[in-house]
Design a protein. Structure first.
Length: 426
């Protein structure tokens, strides 16, 4: 049975923090997200330092993305049949073991490149289960009237940590005379954050537990549940459009940022790892401000929102294209900040609209479909980025820009723009 505490304050952010389970969830996940940022920066930099090859980096990233995308669909069904909290607990235990073992091997100089591929493959699969659970737990422990504030707080925290974490990680790596030592320390810190996350999840009294169906779960029922979620999305023209737009956007954006930015930091920017962290932090800082503005400003009208959506992808295209020629760290960070600003503003409206208009029993599966849209073409984007960077750096960013501007032009069509804006305004 779920128990909520009625808020005693008119401040919506304070109200959700007065709810014990949400407070525990927020503290644990915020801590763990710092570790995630450390691991992401350290892992990419480690591959470049060991191989010096952008194609190897693209291959590693793609290898993690393929199982993550597939198991995201299964993870959504598992979440709906068990509970988000239980899935998150199991995933964090496994991720703790992987990070601890990897850190030990880096610090003892026994890690080999093939081991990174194995860790990435297994970690991607685990992430596929964790993602839908983490996205669907908030609406299960908060009353609907507190959902906007809860999403704003969790998304805002994510972006604040995304702003601070990469810059801090890059600076810590650069501070060590031996960069591999700094990388090992960051991975060890990631393992420690999983311990904190596990404790807070364990202390929660509820987490959207599903009673009565877990014992009946088998592979056939799980895949039937996945199929039900896919059919639910395909029947809704707006959800179909959201899925396609997100997938194409990530095909254009993912590779140039995840593979291209660290490669540029290593080969073009004088500050090296520090530049890598600062540029990624710029994007997260823009996201954070966009989320704050989304909560602070009145919800825009339909016409204004239609213009904003077209502007979002057009500016993303111009911003990605510019990265191919920028050679100064602060300019690259500013470029990423502007893209993040628009993304953060739109994303909070989209997530809240989807959560409010989805039956609770379908939340895990729908969130898994949204995550799948984010991830489905990412491995292809990352692998292509690694190969193209070997041949021509500028072409990678120009091609990505062309795709994003083309998407912006498509969104000027009345049907596409109307469907998306109606979903965001609900």
């Amino acid at each position: 049975m779920e128990t909520t505490i009625q808020p005693t304050t008119t401040n919506p952010m304070r109200a959700v923090l007065d709810i014990r389970d949400f407070m525990l969830l927020w503290v644990g996940q915020a801590t763990s997200m710092f570790g995630d940022q450390f691991h992401a920066i350290a892992g990419a930099w480690l591959v470049l330092k060991l191989t010096g090859d952008p194609l190897a980096l693209g291959a590693v990233m793609a290898l993690g993305g393929i199982p993550r995308a597939f198991f995201t669909l299964v993870g959504g069904a598992i979440t709906d049949r068990f509970s988000p909290r239980r899935v998150m607990l199991a995933a964090d235990i496994l991720r703790l073991l992987i990070s601890a073992l990897m850190a030990t091997q880096i610090l003892t100089n026994t890690l080999e490149v093939w081991m990174i591929y194995v860790y990435t493959l297994v970690g991607g699969a685990i992430g596929g289960f964790f993602g839908p659970a983490s996205m669907s737990i908030v609406p299960r422990i908060l009353p609907e009237k507190d959902l906007q504030a809860g999403n704003s707080l969790t998304q805002g925290s994510t972006q604040l940590i995304g702003f601070l974490g990469p810059a801090l990680a890059g600076l810590l790596i650069a501070a060590f005379p031996d960069e591999k030592l700094g990388i090992g320390v960051l991975i060890a810190l990631d393992a420690l954050t999983f311990v904190i996350s596990l404790v807070t999840l364990w202390l929660m009294r509820s987490g959207g537990e599903i009673h009565g169906s877990a014992s009946q779960t088998n592979f056939r029922s799980v895949f039937a549940s996945v199929r039900e979620g896919i059919i639910y999305m395909l029947k809704d023209p707006t959800l179909r459009l959201v899925f396609v737009v997100i997938a194409i956007a990530n095909l254009s954006f993912g590779g140039p940022v995840v593979v291209g930015v660290p490669y540029l930091a290593d080969t073009r920017f004088l500050e090296g790892a520090a530049a890598y962290g600062v540029i990624i932090s710029g994007y997260a800082g823009g996201n954070l401000l966009g989320i704050i503005l989304s909560g602070a400003l009145p919800k825009p009208g339909k016409k204004a929102l239609q213009i904003l959506m077209v502007a979002l992808f057009a500016i993303f295209g111009l911003g990605i294209g510019a990265l191919g020629w920028i050679s100064v760290t602060w300019l690259a960070a500013l470029d990423m900040f502007i893209m993040g600003l628009l993304n953060g503003y739109i994303s909070i409206l989209l997530i809240t609209g989807l959560q409010r208009n989805t039956p609770k029993e379908m939340l895990g599966r729908l969130m898994s479909m949204i995550l799948f849209a984010n991830m489905a073409l990412m491995p292809l984007s990352q692998a292509l980025a690694g190969g193209i960077l070997r041949w021509n750096v500028a072409f990678l960013f120009v091609a990505a820009a062309a795709l994003l501007v083309g998407l912006a032009l498509y969104l000027t069509t009345p049907q596409a723009n109307s469907n998306l804006s109606e979903q965001l305004l609900q």
